[in-house]
Ligand binder design. Structure first.
Ligand code: CMC
Length: 378
């Protein structure tokens, strides 16, 4: 093997099969268990898509009711988790807060569950753990934003579905249906995307027969980086820097002269446009209309048109979702935790799939250090 055989970043390498989602850059499509994601986003509540990703089929009415009952039963922030979050500095990045909270939930859930050989758990145990994490993350994310704003925790409401309750716990107001719908679509679009960096991280951890919480905690660490999930937060910083559509061209001249990456553009797999963007952009347009903020759309379109014309690199999902979350009222630092709350479904579906047909993931490397040498005097 020569160094030219190395696939840096595993680019183009197929490492396993998956039945969870199919990304097809040629036809610009993304299927969850066979269903186009844009059809799911237009018709389904997030809970139904979670069931689909975990179990392979859309739920019957009874199955959806069962999942919703379990999700509602675990929505409240556990007092121990809240106490732990409160120990962290209020300036801690919310991704660090979420990572710590998930790790603590795991330590509590696995306490007394035996040893490392049994902590991996059965399929049914892991499905239950997945639903619990799915149910608890909105409370963790919502409380994180409130804590940074010096506000009190808001208890969940049993009369609201997942997305509406998430907004309720964050803002403490009855959410408008237009906003709930846009938010629900974003959660569905973020839920799953095959072997991206964080999902692959979760699969690597699972491949050692470690437990689901360790895998999700590691995945959160991978998602935090600005080349992956952190891009939605970075998009908003760019919008803030530019300020208004008239300043786009001059800002871009400067950014490109300084070889800056423009966050929210480009993708390892999609080279002609991210299949999720049109659906999220439609949600952004609904929010722009709802809040009467056409200035946001002007800036959004101006930067997109200018950057695509100059570099031929297209927006990814983080580009429309950043300003959408900003309009809803989320703080910029909360954007990537929102991605966690959605992607936990995909991660846990992959953890179940990896565990069901496991092979330890252990690639090789080509050594490039010094030739063999010896310690003086040895
Ligand atoms: N701004 C400026 N130049 C770019 C960008 C960008 N956003 N994306 C790619 N390029 C250029 C890059 O500089 C390189 O140019 P050259 O060949 O002259 O050196 C060329 O395009 C290829 O880029 P690359 O980084 O080697 O391509 P990749 O497939 O490894 O990178 C990426 C994919 C997502 C890391 C990259 O496009 C990027 O850094 N984008 C900005 C961050 C971002 O938006 N990330 C979110 C990804 S989608 C959400 C998710 O799945 O998490």
């Amino acid at each position: 093997m020569t160094d030219s055989d190395i696939k840096k970043g595993l680019a183009g390498v197929v490492v396993d099969t998956t039945a969870i989602s199919k990304v097809n850059p040629a036809s610009n499509s993304l299927l969850y268990r066979g269903y186009p994601v844009q059809e799911l986003a237009a018709t389904q509540p997030f809970e139904a898509v979670a069931h689909l990703l975990w179990r392979g089929e859309l739920p019957t009415d009874e199955e959806l009711a069962e999942l919703r009952a379990l999700e509602r039963a675990h929505r409240a922030l556990e007092p121990e988790v809240k106490a732990l979050i409160d120990l962290l500095p209020v300036q801690a990045h919310p991704m660090d807060e979420v990572r710590t909270a998930v790790s603590a939930i795991g330590a509590t859930a696995l306490a007394g569950s035996g040893n490392v050989l049994t902590a991996g758990g059965s399929v049914e145990q892991n499905l239950e753990r997945s639903v619990r994490l799915f149910a608890q993350l909105p409370a963790i994310v919502a409380y994180g934003q409130r804590r940074r704003r010096g506000q009190e925790l808001i208890e969940p409401r049993d009369d609201l579905d997942y997305s509406a309750n998430f907004l309720w716990m964050t803002f403490g107001e009855d959410p408008d249906p237009v906003v709930v719908d846009a938010f629900n679509r974003s959660m569905i679009l973020y839920a799953e995307h095959s072997f991206n960096a964080s999902t692959f991280t979760a699969r690597v951890v699972t491949s050692t027969q470690s437990d689901l919480y360790s895998a999700v905690t590691a995945a959160i660490g991978a998602l935090k980086g600005p080349l992956h999930g952190g891009a939605n937060e970075a998009v908003m910083h760019i919008f803030d820097e530019i300020g208004s559509s008239e300043r786009v061209a001059a800002w871009l001249d400067d950014a490109l002269a300084n070889k800056r990456k423009i966050m929210g553009f480009g993708h390892r797999v999609y080279k002609n446009g991210d299949s999720r963007v049109p659906t999220m952009e439609a949600a952004l347009v609904d929010l722009v209309e709802h809040y009467g903020r056409h200035d946001v759309m002007d800036l959004y379109s101006a930067l997109e048109n200018e950057f695509v014309a100059r570099k031929g690199i297209y927006p990814n999902l983080d580009y429309p979702s950043g300003p959408a979350y900003n309009l809803i009222g989320f703080d910029t630092v909360t954007f990537t935790p929102l991605f966690v709350a959605a992607r936990v479904v995909g991660w846990t579906a992959h953890i179940l799939e990896q565990a069901a047909s496991n092979a330890l993931i252990r690639p090789l490397s080509s050594y490039s250090g010094p030739d063999e040498r010896h310690v003086p005097g040895s």
